[in-house]
Design a binder for this molecule. Structure first.
Ligand SMILES: [Zn+2]
Length: 319
């Protein structure tokens, strides 16, 4: 055997070994992604919400707790608008905490940080902090009303610094939707003494939300190359009280796993603040925007009041 032949043989063997390694590696990757359930935590904004034509606030709390417990959801986080606290609503927070769920800060008066300006927003969040910090099962997460973190980069950074001095972490979301509008449509139908077809309403709520959840997971996969631990934004509203259990069952039937918000906030995207100025939507959208995905591809079709009004009628929810 001459030297050139030996070198060629060695090169060929090295190439074969490399190819075999690549095949094994790709196989492991494929198996991992197949086995890895998509994960999502459930959070509720604007608690404790007022009575509606459909149900009292107390009833709403009972139904949400019952649905979470029946579905054995490991934890849920309730972001509180602190100016809604009084003797009766305080009891509702105590009930969430007694059931093992957690309480967090969603400002005092629910005004946008851009509108209030940095000084007033910080004061507003601090007022909420004083009322919330000693609540049972309080966790130091803060979520901005309307997901608006401030008017410009310097305000955003100043507000963030003040919140972290108070010990807060960002209660960002990854999945937005207009559940609040669906709930308003239902309450309005009840107020106007219309008949509600609850089977159709359930299907409409579950299908609309599930479609938004899958949409943002797809955006995340494009931007990150994988599915992160998601944080779903819901509101403490009638629609959730009525159909939360059905949404959870549907998610699980499609391979989703419900995790605790604390676990979701351990995902590496919790530390990704590289597109801090793009804040009015959600963390996945900010990362996707940075990776060049155009803004008009970052909203789900149902994040539109006119679309939902029309779809609500077409779904035969009210008759
Ligand atoms: Zn809110």
């Amino acid at each position: 055997m001459n030297e050139a032949y030996c070198i060629n043989l060695a090169r060929m063997s090295a190439t074969y070994v490399k190819i075999i390694f690549q095949i094994v590696f790709m196989g492991i990757l494929a198996a991992t992604s197949l086995c890895h359930a998509k994960e999502l935590a459930i959070t509720f904004d604007d608690a404790p919400t007022p009575d509606s034509a459909l149900m009292s606030g107390n009833e709403r709390t009972q139904k949400i707790i019952a649905a979470l417990q029946k579905a054995k959801v490991p934890d849920a986080l309730f972001f509180v608008q602190a100016d809604r606290l009084n003797k009766s609503t305080q009891m509702r927070l105590d009930q969430y905490a007694a059931a093992g769920f957690h309480i967090a800060n969603h400002s005092y008066s629910h005004q946008s940080a851009s509108a209030l300006g940095k000084k007033n927003y910080i004061a507003d969040a601090k007022s909420a902090h004083l009322l919330l910090k000693n609540q049972n099962n309080f966790l130091p997460f803060h979520r901005f009303p309307y997901l608006d973190c401030g008017k410009d980069k310097s305000s955003i950074l100043a507000i963030r610094d003040s919140l972290s001095e108070l010990g807060y972490k960002d209660g960002y979301i990854t999945i937005a939707n207009y559940d609040w509008h669906i709930s308003n449509l239902l309450a309005k139908a009840s107020e106007n003494k219309k008949n509600i077809n609850y089977e159709n309403a359930k299907k409409f709520y579950v299908d609309t939300l599930f479609s938004a959840i899958e949409f943002y997971d797809e955006v995340a996969r494009k931007a990150l190359g994988k599915s992160p631990k998601h944080v779903l934004l819901l509101h403490e509203n009638d629609a959730a009280a009525l159909f939360l259990g059905d949404l959870i069952a549907h998610l699980r039937s499609k391979g989703w796993k419900i995790i605790s918000p604390q676990k979701a906030y351990e995902d590496p995207i919790s530390r990704d603040l590289s597109n801090i100025s793009y804040h009015h939507q959600n963390r996945v959208a900010a990362i996707a925007r940075r990776s060049g995905i155009p803004e008009d591809k970052l909203y789900h079709v149902s994040e539109n009041v006119d679309y939902l009004d029309k779809a609500f009628v077409e779904a035969g929810v009210v008759y």
